[in-house]
Design a protein. Sequence first.
Length: 272
Amino acid sequence: MIKIKIVVCIKQVPGTTEIRINPETNTLVRQDIENIINPFDTYAVEEAVSLKERLDADENFEEKVEVVAISMGPPQAEEVLKEAISVGVDRAILLSDRAFAGADTWATAVTISMALEKIGDVRLVIFGKQTLDGDTGQVGPELAHKINIPFIGYVSAVEEIGKNKLKVKRLAEKNFEIFEVRLPAAISVVKDINNPRVPSLRGKMRAKKDEIPVWTSKELGADTEEVGLAGSYTQVVKIFTPKVIHNVEMIDGTPEEMVEGLFNNLKELNLV
């Protein structure tokens, strides 16, 4: 009987930096764009699988461990979940429903918290430090706040893990910090923590065969006023590329006159 679950949260993001914006809807144009697993999440997946292997090899750790990957997104997000299975995740769950559309980071955290409750026995939740598209790094700490568990960001190493406690090394601005917290807890990891493994042939075959269950708002028992756009405190009103305007003024004269002219111009702009 499985007693301990490690959940890793991953996201499907556009696999390009050449993002186009629809000027009428102010939304991203996703057609003809390859989607990939968020690169930072690959380190979270690797750490979840590595921690399971570490605990399974510990003779003093009697509980069995299961790694579960979850992702919230459209049906095609199933692809990144299968990728997670191919590198060692035990099973995966897709949170997909039109009611989840338009969710900001808080509404996303609320939805994930409902999934964790349904999964049950979750001792550790792992995130990548941020996503390429949103780039906020907010879902992890918001989730921890929602379900009242400790959160540690920018984790660069898991020093110790047991049934009830976790000891990690956290990357700070100029040094490292060591934290020891009770479990359950949530962490976000940086790329220094490991080197993501390459899927094995056996892993690819298993991922191909596995069916990914889809949990909708009904399966989660969600109040539709708490998820998606309705449950969001923030909303993207407009996305646009700012216009870059260059004003060029040529300064003539001797070197001394040009330096004086440049200085006066900078002074008028309060730059000196």
